[in-house]
Design a protein around this ligand. Structure first.
Ligand SMILES: C[S@@+](CC[C@H](N)C(=O)[O-])C[C@H]1O[C@@H](n2cnc3c(N)ncnc32)[C@H](O)[C@@H]1O
Length: 340
């Protein structure tokens, strides 16, 4: 879906932007089902779309990187980032920060790391929605520095650091210039600022974001529809693939502990989720087909809901990096569980 508001979101691994029409086909209108729960907010595409459609959105994620999106764009419906705010993010700060000391030049070229450190230090001095908008700018900026969407391409980042474009693979050269990485950080940051502001709007509702484990969140939330997009079993965990970003935001090394949604089988972890969501009338579940097939997932849901339907959608998660084989095999499972 190519709405302008989506330009505000970070490029998120596993994001559901291209599946929104399929998902929302199953959601009754806001007059029939006013409260939409997004239990795994991620990059925010589902919540932002639900907000644009007029639902009252209650979303949750365990990760700071996702909660930033929620506070900046789902809860906030009025404040934008002005050019003056951006200039303040560039203000001098004491000494090198975590990005320059520990992440450059393997993850970020040094001059971009310096900007990220200054922007974070200055964002922490802000209050209210502007603080979250500034953090979102940092998140989008950091993600935009990944060569072809990949943190692991150290050699390319070193070549970016040295401006050694002759040695660089030509596909990466194109990518690096398309992202304007060789230019001054203010130009890059200003483009991001403008794109973030496109996602700020009011929908006449009090929308809210919660940061916590999904089981704790579900115990305290009421609503008409719940959308579940957990990490899929047998896929790379979000904690691992987002580690440099999480370290940047924390300003310290982070431990990647195993996430039960990635390590446990769907037959073990999903029933716990369904028990925790028993009080919500309608469920929509997104899942991958690596560890379970459509009929298997329908059978799991049927143990908790009498009326279950499902479909399989051809979908590649991370287009840039997916192999030809995974493109052919990947299916997105979409299952709907109703109370009657
Ligand atoms: C597949 S992503 C969601 C993608 C999202 N629907 C989108 O369109 O961008 C899964 C999210 O679940 C979060 N997560 C993982 N374990 C969690 C838990 N136990 N409780 C809450 N959130 C969790 C991760 O941080 C990640 O952001």
């Amino acid at each position: 879906m190519a709405l302008r508001i989506f330009q505000a979101l970070p490029a998120y691994f596993g994001g559901k932007r291209r599946l929104l029409a399929s998902i929302f086909r199953h959601v009754p209108s806001p007059s029939e089902a006013p409260v939409f729960i997004d239990a795994f907010l991620g990059g925010g595409s589902v919540s932002l779309y639900a907000k644009a459609r007029g639902y009252q959105v209650r979303c949750n994620d365990v990760a700071e990187r996702s909660v930033i999106v929620g506070r900046a764009l789902i809860e906030n419906d009025r404040y934008t980032l002005e050019y003056d705010d951006l200039v303040r993010l560039f203000m001098w700060t004491e000494g090198p920060g975590y990005a320059e000391k520990c992440l450059a030049p393997d993850v970020f070229p040094t001059r971009h790391a310096r900007f990220l450190d200054a922007a974070l230090a200055n964002a922490r001095k802000l209050e209210g929605p502007k603080r979250w908008l500034a953090f979102l700018l940092v998140v989008k900026y950091a993600l935009g520095l990944r060569p072809m969407g990949n943190w692991g391409a150290k050699t390319i980042i070193h070549q970016m650091e040295d401006g050694d474009y002759e040695a660089m693979n030509p596909n990466y050269v194109k990518d690096v210039f398309a992202r304007k990485i060789p230019y001054h950080p203010i130009g890059l940051a200003n483009k991001i600022r403008e794109s973030i502001n496109r996602g700020v709007f009011a929908n006449g509702q009090e929308n809210s974001v919660h940061q916590g484990d999904v089981f704790e969140f579900l115990a305290g939330v009421e609503g008409d529809v719940a959308y579940f997009d957990p990490p899929y079993a047998s896929t790379q965990s979000y904690e691992r693939s987002s580690r440099p970003l999480d370290e940047l935001l924390t300003g310290a090394p982070v431990d990647v502990s195993p996430n039960p949604f990635s390590t446990e089988s769907p037959e073990k972890i999903l029933p716990k989720l369904f028990e925790a969501a028993a009080h919500i009338p309608l469920w929509i579940i997104s899942y991958g087909n690596k560890a379970i097939d459509l009929n298997g997932l329908i059978d799991l849901v049927r143990k908790h809901r009498p009326n279950v339907t499902g479909e399989e959608i051809h979908h590649v998660h991370c287009t840039g990096l997916a192999s030809v084989e995974s493109r052919q095999k990947n299916r997105e499972l979409l299952v709907v569980g109703r109370e009657k």
